[in-house]
Design a protein around this ligand. Structure first.
Ligand SMILES: Cc1ncc(COP(=O)(O)O)c(C=O)c1O
Length: 412
């Protein structure tokens, strides 16, 4: 069988060209393929297109920047105006005071950067023994070695070992298990990393008070709290940051996706006061970390324009009404036979399928009905639409899901 030159992410390397749908255009919460099929983009592409597709304002900002200066690096002595501007905006919006901003090109790199900054800050403060990183299972933190190692999905690690050392996972909702670990190991704690709502790991909101519990453990044992806001940031949970919904102040925040709504690839880390203090204490310390395209001016120009839209249109306020309509509609499909529950928060939701249903099969039936959602594992289908989705488009997602569930249940 002939396979295409393009080796796709999260796809079977053996898949032939017929397996792929060529997306050619998009507007708002809708995308179109090369044979004219229209789809509601029910996952904001890959959890990122918060402002919707086809925003000329961002396109113009990117083109203007590229005409002036397409790129120049920001290592050592160099900077650029869009990078400084987006850093100022992110500092103002950050969920902790006096943050600085480190830039990457993706969420995985943001996670790696946060873990490296956490360990380095302890090292700089004379505590090189603090290398232990605690993450949760399930969780999703990306695909680089650091991001993959802290990810709590065993299937994503299979065959890629050995993983990064000194990472321990605990169940995502279990503070007692964390306490048992830290009782022994707390003096070596570098950081705890957690998504406010687990996203690509299956859409699991935290139990009430859980994130505040993580903050307490970090304070008690001297580790940093890293909030992985790659999905939850930029309004997804109804406020700028997921941690704000849960009343928690982190030490480090990883971001990506919604910072540009995907118009250019970008990620980064908000670095809070305590981490900064340790890194800035020695004027001779050089941060030997950074990517060629960190703070790429064109990506930063996209971020400036995207953040302006999010603020001007108060799009974070749309997450809750979207989530209410979506969860009520999906909840009405829970019959115990094809679907057994819904879970989520703000504007990110999932429907849990009954045993034997098959999330990929449901996704296929949704595609036929003009809706793109994302299967997770075998029993979960996730929805995380652009924050500009209309009520009619949400209803279309729900009707399509009802029909898709019926079709898959019938074929079972
Ligand atoms: C919470 C979280 N962290 C990290 C990542 C990795 O981001 P990227 O795919 O941009 O490397 C993702 C991607 O979905 C994510 O959801």
């Amino acid at each position: 069988m002939t396979v295409p030159a393009f080796l796709h992410s999260y796809a079977r390397p053996a898949a032939g060209p017929e397996a792929f749908i060529t997306i050619v255009a998009g507007q708002g919460a809708e995308v179109v393929d090369d044979v004219g099929n229209r789809y509601v983009d029910a996952l904001a592409s890959l959890w990122y297109c918060a402002v919707g597709h086809g925003r000329d304002e961002i396109v113009d900002a990117v083109v203007t920047q590229m005409r002036r200066l397409e790129a120049f690096h920001t290592f050592d002595r160099f900077t650029n105006a869009p990078a400084d501007a987006v850093a100022e905006t992110l500092r103002r919006l950050a969920p902790m005071p006096d943050a600085r901003v480190f830039f990457t090109c993706s969420g995985s790199e943001a996670v790696d950067s946060a873990l490296k900054l956490a360990r380095l800050a302890h090292h700089a403060a004379g505590q090189p023994e603090r290398t232990l990183v605690v993450s949760r299972r399930p969780s999703y933190h990306g695909v680089t070695y650091g991001g993959m190692t802290v990810t709590g999905l065993p299937a994503n690690q299979e065959g890629f070992g050995p993983l990064v050392g000194d990472v321990v996972q605990v169940p995502y909702d279990d503070l007692a298990a964390l306490d048992a670990l830290l009782e022994d190991q707390g003096a070596r704690l570098a950081a705890i990393i957690a998504e406010p709502v687990v996203g690509a790991g299956g859409v699991y909101p935290p139990p009430e008070g859980y994130l505040a519990g993580l903050r307490q453990r970090c304070d008690r044992h001297g580790g940093f709290l890293v909030a992985d806001e790659v999905i939850c940031g930029f309004g997804r949970l109804g406020q700028w940051w997921g941690v704000q919904r849960h009343g928690v102040v982190p030490d480090l925040v990883t971001f990506a996706k919604g910072v540009t709504s995907g118009y250019q690839p970008m990620g980064g880390v908000l670095v809070g006061a305590e981490v900064r203090r340790r890194l800035e204490a020695d004027p001779a310390l050089v941060l030997r970390h950074g990517h060629t395209y960190s703070a790429h001016p064109t990506a930063c120009a996209a971020a400036v324009a995207n953040l302006a839209i999010l603020e001007r249109e108060s799009l974070a306020e749309r997450a809750e009404p979207i989530g209410r309509r979506l969860s009520a509609g999906l909840g009405a499909l829970v019959d115990g036979e094809s679907a057994v529950g819904v879970r989520g928060q703000g504007g990110v939701w999932a429907i849990a399928l009954a045993t034997g249903m098959g999330a990929v099969d449901v996704r296929e039936e949704l595609l036929v009905r003009g809706v793109i959602a994302r299967p997770i594992g075998t029993d979960t289908v996730a929805f995380c639409p652009p924050l500009v989705i209309s009520d009619a488009q949400i209803d279309q997602c729900i009707e399509a899901t009802a029909e898709a569930l019926q079709a898959v249940a019938k074929a079972r």
